[in-house]
Design a protein around this ligand. Structure first.
Ligand code: C2E
Ligand code: MG
Ligand code: MG
Length: 580
């Protein structure tokens, strides 16, 4: 009797423990968010129990009703049902122990990761099976999004840079074996920065988006579209022929750009694009080289005044390579102050007296004789990359120091002309730098003339006028260089606070060759004099030209006939000749 009671107590205790742990496991299953299906093969047909938050995930109907296989399968997408049945529900038929699959819910709202595990007895009969089903929608979405971002540009939906390059590379490889070509075209919105500044970044983005989506319309099996930078798109055309070519696409784009793009704020925007085209294998040995070269010719199209297309030419590439090398050498030359100034004399036409000297920059070759290249080649590069500012400061210092030296040695009151770039003049500190340097070497401001070109007025007309007025107020002279090569209109000349006009040498080159050029030259001289400016003729090379100019009462002449630009030491000989 005692024994029996003990056994009952023991069983009750064990039962309570079992119930407690079952509760605990059920609770864990609920909290895990995973759905479990437990198959017990001891009974025939197998008994199925659903554990976990079925209620919450698939509704009360399946959770609280006898297990119904077809109802269960129906929760899945049609094409995934067989997969679930074979790999999960009937796994034991194959005698396998584990398997895993991913399936989608009928609504396509969920991605489910399913894992099955079967245990067998010694005769390899299934004893039990657990299928666990986990919702992996979030992970899936994130990876899909990542996958999308890996290939596409999120703003416009065209290929992103990396993927486009991959595709282009594949195209080139295919083209190689099929012996055809592949074209690539860079498409860049002109003045996008200005557009962005005027409509704001958000609408700027919207514009890029609209344009990108328009370009995406060209995408097909043999045409790929990508985005390389904020407003830079690329289009690759495999085996261009007939209507499938960058040229045709370009013309279609032009057609589209005749109509405005309408943004969500209802504003209508028109813009132009510049394009650069290169072709594999003609424009480079590798896909990357062709891409780089298409970009280089794009910048050529920009330089040519935008709104145009430029095709690859070897000369453009060579010039680019040369410029890059000049740019590199320029940096070194700035650090080592590897420049020199030459001086070209200017004479009064009437009495042949020395009026002054124009300081002209020279870049001596440190490893040889002569010069690396002429200022007409390296100054524009230095202006583009900003190097002109330190170079210009060197010019100011060197020219004024030299002038002070000459003055103390020879006491000849000539005028020193110094060329100043737009970028230098735009600097807030320009007036201060110039007057400070003049003061440092004790140079009288009245002996200094700065030479500017019309380009200085393009960006900041008012600001530049103010600075020029200040300089003139200090006693300095201002000369307008290369007159006649820009947009020169005589009527606007009278508004400019300047002293001197230098008529570009292209005028004198033609003046003696044909009558109409001569008439123009004459009228320019007359007009300039009437407006009260001192007038300089540049580029006088022959006696004939000199006489022609003197007859027309030009004030000052400068040119190879009267003296080429020479070093500081050589120029001293000219100064000595002036001593009475
Ligand atoms: P620029 O200021 O118009 O200078 C006159 C240019 O014409 C000089 O060329 C001079 O050597 C050249 N020249 C003078 N007389 C004759 C002639 O009779 N026939 C021919 N064919 N040419 C003549 P350079 O020294 O090569 O300078 C070219 C340009 O580079 C200058 O044109 C100027 O715009 C710029 N430059 C030169 N030095 C400086 C500088 O220190 N600073 C800046 N910002 N620009 C400079
Ligand atoms: Mg000049
Ligand atoms: Mg000039």
């Amino acid at each position: 009797m005692e024994d029996l009671k003990y056994q009952i107590d023991l069983l009750t205790a064990l039962n309570e423990r079992l119930l407690g742990s079952e509760k605990m496991y059920r609770h864990i299953a609920e909290c895990s968010g995973t759905l479990f299906m437990y198959f017990d093969y001891k009974s025939q047909p197998a008994k199925v129990e659903l554990v976990g938050p079925w209620d919450e995930k698939v509704g009360e109907k399946i959770a609280n009703h006898p297990y119904d296989e077809s109802y269960m399968l129906n929760l899945l997408l049609d094409e995934d049902q067989d997969k679930f049945r074979i790999h999960m529900l009937e796994l034991e038929r194959e005698g396998l122990e584990t398997d895993s699959i991913e399936v989608r819910s009928r609504s396509k709202r969920y991605w489910l990761s399913c894992f099955a595990n079967v245990t067998y007895d010694d005769e390899h009969n299934p004893v039990e099976k657990i299928i666990s089903i986990k919702d992996i929608t979030k992970i899936k979405m994130n990876s899909e999004e990542l996958e999308y971002l890996a290939f596409y540009d999120s703003l416009t939906g065209v290929y992103n840079r990396n993927y486009f390059v991959r595709k282009f590379r594949d195209m080139c490889e295919r083209a190689e074996s099929e012996e055809v070509s592949v074209e690539i075209m860079f498409v860049d919105i002109d003045d996008f920065k200005k557009i962005n500044d005027s409509i704001g970044l958000l609408f700027g983005d919207e514009l890029v988006q609209e344009f990108g989506q328009y370009l995406k319309g060209f995408d097909s099996e043999d045409v790929n579209v990508g985005r390389f930078g904020s407003d830079v798109f690329v289009i690759a055309v495999y085996n261009p022929c007939g209507t499938r070519s960058c040229d045709v696409i370009y013309r279609k784009i032009l057609e589209r750009l005749r109509h405005p793009f309408v943004l969500t704020n209802k504003s209508e925007l028109m813009f132009t694009v510049s394009c650069g085209v290169a072709e594999y294998p003609d424009a480079g040995r590798t896909a990357l080289e062709v891409i780089k070269n298409a970009e280089i010719v794009l910048y050529k199209a920009k330089e040519h005044g935008k709104n145009g297309i430029q095709y690859f030419e070897i000369d453009i590439l060579n010039k680019f390579i040369k410029n890059v090398s000049i740019e590199k050498q320029l940096k070194e030359a700035i650090e080592t102050e590897g420049f020199q100034l030459y001086y070209q004399p200017q004479y009064f036409a009437a009495d042949g007296k020395l009026r002054g000297a124009e300081a002209l920059l020279r870049w001596p070759d440190p490893e040889g004789e002569g010069f690396i290249t002429s200022p007409s080649e390296f100054i524009p590069i230095a202006e583009k990359n900003g190097a002109i500012v330190p170079i210009g400061n060197f010019v100011l210092k060197e020219a004024l120091r030299t002038y002070a030296d000459w003055r103390s040695k020879y006491h000849i009151p000539i005028i020193l002309s110094i060329n100043i770039s737009a970028l230098q003049l735009e600097k807030d500190s320009f007036v201060e730098t110039l007057s400070h340097t003049a003061g440092l070497y004790g140079v009288n401001p009245e002996s200094i003339e700065i030479e500017i070109t019309e380009s200085v007025f393009i960006n900041n007309f008012e600001d530049v006028i103010d600075k020029i007025k200040t300089l003139r107020g200090l006693g300095m002279r201002v000369s307008l260089d290369d007159f006649g090569t820009g947009y020169s209109s005589l009527s606007y000349l009278k508004q400019l606070p300047i002293d001197t006009i230098k008529i570009d040498r292209t005028f004198i080159e033609t003046a003696l060759k044909d009558d109409s050029s001569s008439i123009i030259y004459e009228s320019v001289i007359k007009m300039s004099q009437k407006l009260g400016f001192e007038t300089v003729a540049e580029g006088v090379e022959t006696k004939e030209q000199f006489n022609y100019l003197r007859e027309r009462n030009i004030d000052i002449v400068q040119g190879f006939l009267l003296g080429k630009p020479v070093s500081k030491v050589e120029f001293e000989k000219i100064l000595i000749r002036q001593i009475p």
